[in-house]
Design a protein around this ligand. Structure first.
Ligand code: PLP
Length: 420
C-alpha cells in the first residue's frame, strides 16, 4: 500500500485488528503478566514493563506517523527525554538550545552539573555562530525544540542535520508543539523525535505520556532496551486513552490552528499587546524556515502584555474560556504565564537569556467557537485597560520618583496611548 496520509494513520490507529473477537476498537490489556505457552517457551508477551499489546499499538501508530523504524512509548514526556539521554556517557557533549521547555532545561542542566552525566553546551540557534560553536564542541547529540516553548522560535532542522552528519552527532527533535501532522523531523534528517504525548497527540488533557521515535531500528532497539531496564515504559491505560485521542489528531489540530491564526491576527491589533510570537506571522524571524519545514504553523502562540506583572491577575481573572493552567495541546483553550509556571525551573538569568519576559503570556488554543474565544479575550483586555486607567487616576501626581518613572513609562508607551 502507498504511504498513508497522517489523518488516515491516526484515525485507523489500532482499529479492526482484534483477532480474539473482531472488536473494531482494540481492547485495553491491563494485565501485568502473561501465561507462558509451556515451560521454557516464551509467548509474544511476558511482562508489561517490557511489552504490552495496547502500548504496542500506540508505538506502531506513532512510528508510522513520524516515518520512523521504531517507537517507544514512555510514561511521561520527561521520561522520553531521559531515555534519549541514555545514549550519552560522561565524556560526550550534549548541545541544547538556550530556549526550550523549562522541565527539559532543568533535566539537561541538572544531569550535567550534579550527575556529570555528560558535558553541556547551551547554544542560541538564532545567532549566526551556532554552527561554529557546535563544530568546535564535536557533540555526540544535538537537541532541538522547534518551534520552541514558549517563544515559538524556529530552528532549521535540515541545516543542523547536515552539520551533524560529518560530526557523527545524533540529532534529537522535540516535536511536541506541532505533532507529526505538521512536522516530521526524521524526514528532515533527524535521528530521534521526542513527544510529550500529554499534549496534542492525546489532546484531551487526561493523561501524561511520552514517546521516542527512532529513524533506525538499531537505535530503537537500544532505547527500547533502556526503557525496559529503567522502567520508563508507559502504562497500558494511558496508551489506550492516547490511542483514542490520537484518532482525531488531524481534525482537532486543523480547527485549533485556524482559531490560532485568527487569534494571532486579533492580538496583533491589540493596543495592550507589545509583541506577538507566532511563526505564521511574516515578520517572525523564522517564518520562511517554518514555511519550508512545517505543513502548518500550529496552535500555540505567545505575546507580551503591555502591563506590569502586578496587573496580570486582572487579565487572567477576567477570562472565562482561557483556563489558567500548565500544559498545552488539549481541545480546551489554556493560558499560562511561562515565567512563573512552565519555565519556573529556569532561574531569572536563564529566563532573561532565553527572552522570557515578566509579562510574557502563552496561549494554547482549543477547538471552542472562534467568536467566543475572541470575545473572551476582548473583555479581558477591557478589564486590564480599566485597571490601568484606575491605576493612573490613583496617582495623578507621582508620590515618589519610582512611581513617577513607572507611570511615565506607561504614558510613553505608544501601544497604550490609544487608551488614554
Ligand atoms: N517537551 C515539551 C516541549 C513540553 O512542553 C513538555 C511539557 O510541557 C515536555 C517535553 C515534558 O512532557 P511531560 O509533561 O509529558 O513530561
Amino acid at each position: 500500500m502507498s504511504k498513508r496520509h497522517a489523518a488516515t494513520i491516526a484515525a485507523r490507529a489500532g482499529i479492526a485488528q482484534d483477532t480474539a473477537y473482531g472488536a473494531v476498537t482494540p481492547p485495553l490489556y491491563l494485565t501485568s503478566t502473561y501465561e507462558l505457552p509451556a515451560f521454557k517457551q516464551p509467548g509474544p508477551y511476558d511482562y508489561s514493563r517490557s511489552n504490552n499489546p495496547t502500548r504496542d499499538l500506540l508505538a506502531e501508530a506513532l512510528a508510522e506517523l513520524e516515518g520512523g523504524a521504531k517507537g517507544i512509548v514512555t510514561n511521561t514526556g520527561m521520561s522520553a527525554c531521559l531515555l534519549a539521554l541514555q545514549l550519552l556517557t560522561p565524556d560526550d557533549t550534549l548541545v541544547i538550545p538556550h530556549d526550550c521547555y523549562g522541565g527539559s532545561y532543568r533535566l539537561f542542566t541538572n544531569l550535567a552539573t550534579r550527575k556529570k552525566a555528560f558535558k553541556l553546551l547551551i547554544v542560541n540557534f538564532q545567532h549566526a555562530d551556532w554552527a561554529a560553536q557546535i563544530t568546535a564542541a564535536r557533540p555526540k547529540m544535538i537537541w532541538l525544540e522547534t518551534p520552541s516553548n514558549p517563544l515559538l522560535q524556529i530552528t532549521d532542522v535540515s541545516a543542523v542535520c547536515q552539520l551533524a552528519k560529518p560530526l557523527q552527532a545524533l540529532v534529537v527533535v522535540d516535536n511536541t508543539f506541532l505533532s507529526p501532522v505538521l512536522q516530521q523531523p526524521l524526514a528532515l534528517g533527524a535521528d530521534i523525535v521526542v513527544h510529550s504525548t500529554t499534549k496534542f497527540i492525546n489532546g484531551h488533557s487526561d493523561i501524561v505520556g511520552g514517546v521516542l521515535v527512532c529513524a533506525s531500528a538499531q537505535l530503537g532497539d537500544e532505547l527500547k532496551w533502556w526503557a525496559n531496564c529503567l522502567g520508563l515504559t508507559g502504562a497500558p491505560f494511558d496508551s489506550y486513552m492516547t490511542l483514542r485521542g490520537l484518532r482525531t489528531l488531524e481534525p482537532r489540530l486543523r480547527l485549533q490552528q485556524d482559531n490560532t491564526a485568527n487569534i494571532v491576527d486579533f492580538l496583533s491589533k491589540q493596543p495592550l499587546v507589545t509583541k506577538v510570537y507566532y511563526p505564521g506571522l511574516v515578520q517572525h524571524p523564522g517564518h520562511a524556515i517554518a514555511k519550508a519545514q512545517q505543513s502548518g504553523f500550529g496552535a500555540m502562540c505567545s505575546f507580551d502584555l503591555a502591563a506590569e506583572q502586578a496587573l496580570l491577575p486582572v487579565f487572567f481573572q477576567a477570562l472565562n474560556l482561557f483556563t489558567l493552567a500548565q500544559s498545552l495541546g488539549g481541545i480546551e483553550s489554556l493560558i499560562c504565564h511561562p515565567g512563573t509556571m512552565t519555565h519556573a525551573s529556569m532561574d531569572a538569568k536563564a529566563q532573561q537569556t532565553a527572552g522570557i519576559g515578566p509579562s510574557l503570556i502563552r496561549l494554547s488554543v482549543g477547538i471552542e467557537n472562534l467568536d467566543d474565544l475572541l470575545a473572551d479575550l476582548q473583555q479581558a483586555f477591557n478589564a486590564l485597560a480599566s485597571a490601568l486607567r484606575q491605576q493612573s487616576d490613583a496617582k495623578p501626581v507621582a508620590a515618589n520618583e519610582d512611581s513617577a518613572r513607572n507611570s511615565q513609562q506607561f504614558r510613553l508607551n505608544p501601544a497604550l496611548s490609544a487608551l488614554w
